[in-house]
Design a protein. Structure first.
Lengths: 711, 155
């Protein structure tokens, strides 16, 4: 069946939501909220995963979810107390559940030893309660889900009266599916009662008029039958009675309606009939198509249902964003044309154009907002990484988050997963000390790792902070010197030493731990952030910990840029990296040597980089007057870029150059200007790096020469 | 142009012929998206000589290659009579600067002869084969070769 794949995808998508709900619940429990509502929410989430997994024959997942769920059943019935060690085990279990779901989705294997260890831990709690007999923990024995049944119990007949409320349809349920699910349990005899159905002209398509009387012959017990209706609880009138005699006409007593009509045996027929009669259910489905009924909504139990959300193919959004980009370009093109008109003609059209501009910006912001997502799931994922890392290193770590609802472009969030994972692992592995050392230093045994997100002046700030020992600067310097990344005689400031961490080929771990230090250094983190258009920086205080900051643009599709000219070419510099623009007096420029120049800014000297020279662009007149852009770079501090002219500031649409052509050193992307011409977007970080690479090569060469001389 | 030629059967292939550094080259018509008049492009820093720069094609950024320079036949001096052939290769669009488009050649697919062995390896890479048209011949260019090895990293 071609549909089965998409149903499978839907299941895994729902699993994500359910796992988030599980995580959410566990965190609430961890924070001390232990009322039955929270426990029930977790139970339902795990139960739904189990149910879905059963339908796809994912036995391992079913078995694990079952054990996990049983624990919560025990907690629900107050047989188990929620104490710290149990909560910890539950967290680990939840993390492992994520792995199992992931493995099932990708059809890969998972770590058996971890699986068994966690299962053992979980089972320990179940044995502790003493009330359950061991045999019941055989994975499937307790399972009510209909899919697998070892023993064939006697068939029994249930008489089910099912009358959906209006709310059932509103929540996106369809009786057809419920009846089909019943049909999977056994032999079904369905009768539709449409006595309440009004005349066609009085029909309100959003109301519920239909009732079903169902006779089900099944080998399952009542709980299996109830399970079918689990998610419509409270959304319908439902009675389920067991009738002893098989084959009896059970409808007589339950069908008060005269018009009741015998339907054919299968639920499929029920579907057809349903369509023929009033197409009510179908209409419902259309009404809510695209709206995703999250499990919380479906159960209708939660006091605060989450706002309905849309699932949209990301490609559609991307197309929209692209088109809006074109609109912005088109708008600035028109603005340029109009500004060239005469005063008289201009006056009338300028107001309209201003409106056009505002509307275009509004549309753009709106479209961008579609892709914006809160960082919460990302942070939750990091919490899991921190827990795993703490477990592996036997350290005690508390993971705090703040600003979880900060919204960031989806692509940015996706791009942050790897660098953040690495940084969190680093924080646990290298940042936080072992409990013994912490105790000796007079700190709390439990280390704290904090991750926060916030919006500040058009950028997203993400900070990862640990309260560990701080960076060991002399060690960092020694390693960098040993690896030839820096001259051993160089005198560096503290922040310069800190930034050595970001150099390629640097790794402080003296032995490769199995956690961080897999040959992946902070330079990978830095590059990942740079490719997202962001910057990284470090602040560290010995004995008090380290803070890594990441500054990211709100979106990757547009940015504010300064339009400049370099050797007759129009280019754009990201505003985010510009500190100030400077028109230098001759006496403020100092020649360092034939190549290097320094610019004095209020007494401080910063190196000058000639952009044209750096980009290999031929210049007719080398002795021209230039203006300077003071830019802030992550790795090399402030640098002045010498350019020929600075024009204006405007918002530009970022067009990838890498996809069309390849990477160009010193250039991050391209954009299309108002006149339809393409302009390069400079990457100050990369421009300085090209310069720095040549310079550090010179230093290295100089060092080599010294070595030879001393031999 | 011989646009009025009748397609005879499925093995019939059509090629657009154009001149590069005075030599006749051709490219299968299905690979060509459009043909445009030359207009100045935006140069790319650190680009090899055959990459003239990038052009705005209705909102898309596409690189423009000078075919003559790519084939080692000297640089084309772009003027208004030159054209840019926009074609698709490897999922991307690229533009090729040529001197002029001359005609459409319609041939049987087996009329493409392999490149004679006398040529150097580089020459063999950049063309698939040759088509003889009466006394003359046209070189069938290999698009993949043109974009190969251009994502150069200088730093």
């Amino acid at each position: 069946m071609s549909q089965s794949n998409s149903i499978r995808d839907t299941f895994f998508e729902e699993c994500q939501d359910l796992l988030e709900a599980l995580d959410e619940g566990l965190n609430q429990i961890d924070e001390g909220e232990r009322d039955s509502e929270v426990v029930n929410a977790v139970f339902r989430a795990v139960h739904s995963i189990k149910g879905g997994a059963g339908a796809f024959g994912l036995t391992e997942l079913v078995a694990f979810a079952h054990t996990y769920e049983t624990i919560f059943d025990e907690i629900r019935s107050d047989k188990l107390a929620l104490e710290a060690p149990l909560i910890k085990t539950l967290f680990r279990g939840a993390d492992h559940l994520v792995q199992l779901v992931e493995a099932a989705r990708a059809e890969t294997s998972y770590d058996e030893s971890i699986h068994n260890a966690i299962l053992e831990d979980l089972n320990e709690y179940l044995e502790d309660t003493g009330e359950e007999e061991e045999v019941e923990f055989e994975p499937m024995a307790l399972d009510f889900s209909a899919s697998i049944d070892v023993i064939e119990p006697l068939a029994s007949v249930f008489s089910i009266n099912f009358a959906p409320h209006e709310a059932l349809y509103k929540n996106g349920h369809d009786p057809v599916f419920l009846i089909r699910a019943l049909g999977e349990l056994g032999n079904l005899n369905t009768r539709l009662d449409h006595a309440d159905l009004p005349e066609i002209d009085k029909l309100d398509t959003t109301d519920a008029y239909l009732k079903w009387s169902i006779s089900l012959e099944t080998t399952n017990d009542e709980s299996a039958v109830r399970e079918v209706f689990e998610f419509v609880e409270g959304l319908c009138d439902l009675t389920i009675d067991q009738v002893q005699d098989t084959g009896e006409q059970i409808f007589q007593e339950n069908t008060p309606s005269v018009v009741s009509e015998e339907l054919s045996q299968t639920s499929n027929a029920a579907n057809d009939q349903d369509t023929d009669l009033n197409s009510q259910a179908q209409k419902k489905e259309e009404n809510i198509s695209g709206i995703d009924p999250t499990p919380e909504q479906a159960t209708g139990i939660k006091t605060k249902p989450p706002a309905p959300s849309l699932r949209v193919d990301p490609d559609r959004v991307d197309r929209l964003i692209n088109t809006v980009g074109e609109l912005i370009i088109n708008q600035s093109m028109m603005a340029q044309r109009v500004s060239q008109l005469g005063q008289e003609q201009r006056r009338d059209i300028e107001n309209d154009l201003e409106d056009y501009k505002l509307l275009a910006r509004d549309i753009q912001e709106g479209v961008m907002a579609i892709r914006a997502q809160p960082v919460k799931p990302l942070f939750r994922r990091m919490a899991r990484i921190a827990r795993e890392a703490a477990h592996a290193t036997e350290k005690l770590v508390r993971f705090d988050t703040s600003g979880e609802n900060t919204e960031v472009d989806k692509t940015v969030i996706e791009g942050l997963v790897d660098p953040l994972t690495h940084m969190i692992r680093n924080a646990v592995d290298h940042g936080v000390e072992t409990p013994e050392i912490r105790k000796a230093a007079g700190k709390d045994e439990i280390g704290v790792i904090q991750i926060s997100a916030s919006h500040r002046s058009g950028s997203v700030y993400i900070e990862i902070n640990d309260d560990g020992a701080g960076l060991n600067r002399s060690k960092i310097f020694d390693i960098a010197a040993k690896k030839g990344l820096v001259s051993p005689t160089a005198e560096l400031t503290e922040s310069e030493i800190d930034n050595l961490l970001f150099l390629p080929g640097f790794s402080t771990a003296s032995e490769v731990s199995n956690l961080s230090g897999r040959g992946v250094g902070m330079d990978v983190v830095k590059n990942a952030v740079i490719s997202l258009g962001g910057r990284t920086s470090i602040a560290s205080k010995t004995g008090h910990g380290t803070t890594f900051s990441i500054v990211l643009p709100l979106t990757l599709a547009v940015m504010d840029g300064m339009v400049i000219t370099v050797a007759d070419q129009t280019m754009v510099v990201p505003i985010a990296s510009i500190v100030e623009t400077i028109r230098a007096k001759p006496n403020e420029l100092q020649n360092l040597d034939a190549e290097g120049r320094l610019l004095s800014i209020r007494g401080n000297f910063v190196p000058v980089i000639d952009v044209a020279k750096r980009l290999n662009i031929a210049v007719d007149c080398p002795e021209r007057e230039q203006v300077y852009l003071l830019v802030e770079t992550v790795a090399f501090g402030q640098t002045a870029l010498a350019v020929d002219a600075i024009h204006d500031q405007r918002q530009v649409v970022v067009k990838s150059l890498e996809a069309a052509y390849g990477r160009v050193p010193g250039i991050s992307a391209a954009t299309i200007l108002g006149d339809g011409k393409i302009a390069m977007i400079l990457d100050p970080e990369s421009i300085v790096q090209i310069a720095e690479a040549t310079r550090s090569n010179e230093i290295r060469l100089a060092a080599k020469e010294l070595e030879y001389a001393s031999e | 142009m011989q646009a009025n030629e009748v397609m005879t059967n499925d093995t019939n292939m059509e090629f657009v012929a154009f001149s590069v550094a005075g030599l006749k080259h051709c490219l299968e018509i299905r690979k060509i998206l459009e043909i445009r008049r030359w207009s100045p492009v935006t140069a790319l820093p650190h680009a090899p000589a055959e990459v003239l720069g990038v052009m705005n094609l209705r909102g898309a950024v596409i690189p423009i290659y000078d075919l003559a320079a790519r084939f080692g036949l000297g640089k084309t001096q772009p003027n208004e009579r030159n054209v840019v052939i926009v074609c698709a290769v490897g999922g991307k669009s690229i533009g090729l600067l040529v001197e002029a488009v001359s005609e459409i050649i319609s041939i049987e697919s087996d009329a493409i002869q392999p490149t004679p062995d006398v040529q150097s390896a580089a020459t063999k890479d950049c063309i698939f084969g040759v088509i003889s048209i009466g006394e003359k011949m046209a070189r069938v260019i290999n698009l993949e070769f043109i974009i190969a090895d251009h994502a150069v990293e200088v730093a």
